[in-house]
Design a binder for this molecule. Structure first.
Ligand SMILES: [Zn+2]
Length: 226
């Protein structure tokens, strides 16, 4: 039996999930619980750019010209990061791989033990994202359902006007989800064929995060016991 305090196996975990599914929140939670780092490709980009490493400068060139950072560079960054000491017992990898090409590259230098795929219904995701309201003045974020401001359309903190970001309208969200599923479907099939995929029902909101985490615990409990 693999308990958290008595974990005898390495946990190399990939996290998948569409925009608005709450993956980042779950990743932070799992990282604390299992005491292994969360590695996010977005953070790796930012850090490399900030530190102006050789790879960072290349990343910056692509990002500032609005181009996609090529696989070759992303893979190098991830490989470098996963090779560090704090990943010895495992990691939760967020935002990578995004394509089969990247997944195959990852398989060449790292054994992946499990892939957690966070899934929520389209209507749930639309309700989460399209309900967001951002303050024009201070940037505070409210939610019409989950965190409504005291006065409709007005920021609790600074009195600024609340607005809906253009990438958070129903139409754009539907479009973002469609693109996400198109790109990710082959990747999900790839991990399913390998028997690594665990689907996690993420249709629960914040106070019920435990219901999501317990599914993750269940999925992670058989690692090393196969
Ligand atoms: Zn405000």
């Amino acid at each position: 039996m693999n308990t958290i305090d008595n974990r005898d196996s390495i946990m190399n975990i990939v996290l998948l999930g569409s925009p608005g599914v709450g993956k980042g929140t779950y990743a932070d939670f799992l990282s604390k619980k299992y005491k292994i780092p969360k590695i996010s490709s977005g953070d790796l980009f930012h850090k490399a750019i900030r530190n102006q490493t050789e790879l960072g400068k290349k990343v910056q060139d692509y990002v500032s010209s609005g181009e996609l950072v090529p696989d070759e560079i992303v893979i190098k960054l991830v490989k470098e990061r996963l090779g560090k000491d704090d990943c010895e017992d495992g990691f939760f990898l967020d935002g990578f791989p995004r394509t089969i090409n990247q997944a195959e590259a990852l398989d060449k230098f790292m054994k992946i033990d499990k892939v957690l795929d966070f899934v929520a219904s389209e209507s749930e995701i639309i309700s989460r994202l399209s309900g967001r309201r951002t303050c024009k003045k201070c940037g505070a974020i409210f939610h019409v359902r989950n965190k409504p401001p005291k006065i409709d359309g007005v920021c609790d903190y600074c009195g600024g006007e609340l607005y809906q970001r253009t990438d958070e309208t129903q139409e754009t969200i539907r479009n973002r989800l469609r693109v996400y599923h198109e790109i990710t479907k082959p990747l999900i099939d790839y991990y399913r064929r390998k028997g690594l995929l665990a689907e996690i029902d993420a249709n629960y909101q914040f106070p019920e995060i435990g219901r999501v985490i317990s599914q993750c615990d269940e999925a992670l409990s058989d690692i090393g016991n196969l």
